[in-house]
Write a protein that binds this ligand. Structure first.
Ligand SMILES: [Zn+2]
Length: 75
């Protein structure tokens, strides 16, 4: 019987399998990956385990605006 084991992508699998990934705020002088926004424009966090960047993007703002609109209707 032949079994094939997929090789996990280290960057993605580490973050998703870690119960509590540690995040560091990215310094403005740190090199920024192409997919991430400039840390001088907005706050960006970096996973200390795999280096993946996290930030409050457009989805975050839409969610916040929706919540603000809902709470605003109630006075
Ligand atoms: Zn990670």
């Amino acid at each position: 019987m032949v079994s094939i084991s997929p090789i996990p992508s280290t960057a993605a699998s580490r973050t998703t399998t870690a119960s509590a990934p540690s995040l560091d705020v990215v310094a403005e002088t740190d090199p920024t990956p192409a997919y991430a926004p400039d840390p001088t424009d907005q706050r960006v966090w970096r996973c200390v385990d795999c280096g993946q960047r996290f930030w409050k993007g457009s989805h975050w703002r839409e969610m916040r605006d929706t919540l603000a609109a809902v709470s605003g209707e109630r006075g």
